[in-house]
Design a protein around this ligand. Sequence first.
Ligand code: 6PG
Length: 281
Amino acid sequence: MSGRTEVFMNKRTQVHMFDDFQEMSLFSARLILEQALHFIQKKDIFTLVLSGGSTPVRLFELLAHDDMFKPMPWKKTHVFWGDERLVPRASEHSNFRLAWNKLLSKVEIPENNVHPMHVELDNPEENAERSEQELKDFFRIRNSVQEDEQTESRFPCLDFIILGVGQDGHTASLFPGDPALTETSRLITPVPAPDMSPSVPRLTMTLPVLNNAETVLFLVSGRNKNPVLRQILDSATDSSLPAGLVRPGRKTIWLVHPPFDAGHAQKMKKNPNFEIVTHKN
Ligand code: 6PG
């Protein structure tokens, strides 16, 4: 894969709209492969954060089975999760289980490169603390870091974070109105069971971690998401919705299926913050 595509060279937020879900999934898999090769050439490691939900399943299957992604350097890729449900790893609701069954069990990724959040303790707080300590240890972040120290020394800079968006504007397990949205020092925090299925307590990476990433890729499918997407993207700066609060200083890419209606897409094209790309069938 030669050079870095325009997607990563462009400083503005990219919004790619797809007529076809398969094409969106293929495009996201290509972005991941490209970034993995780029970072491994640059620093010999690639850190990838997976999301839960149904949208990334096709992406997982492509990375697992499509010959185009055989060059994916799994031996130097480390996989984390942006959030996890506090259920046993064998549960159908586990984000780890989803990624393991659809992707990680099918590729040559070393066991030590897979970093699931902790769910085995009865206490959500302890699961969060143990998961956070592992993230800190991996990135060599000291526990004694002061509030006023540089972001880089307090929060990990993950290379590529995949996020979904719920109809209520949540992302990872950051739900509207939840105190976790105002967290400024923790890396991973527990959140109570949301009013959506599965209504179980969860763990989530916090906004300082998501916003310190090199790249965040929002993977969003479903016409039912358009109203909340429009609210997030139209505001561009002051969205109160969780997904609208994620804008890493480096790169945010939105992959949206199906496309916004022509009128709205035209309106967005006038917004200098965005680069709108439409992928027609
Ligand atoms: C989770 C996910 C969550 C998901 C959105 C979108 O643990 O449920 O992390 O944030 O990405 O709810 O889910 P869909 O992809 O199923 O629409």
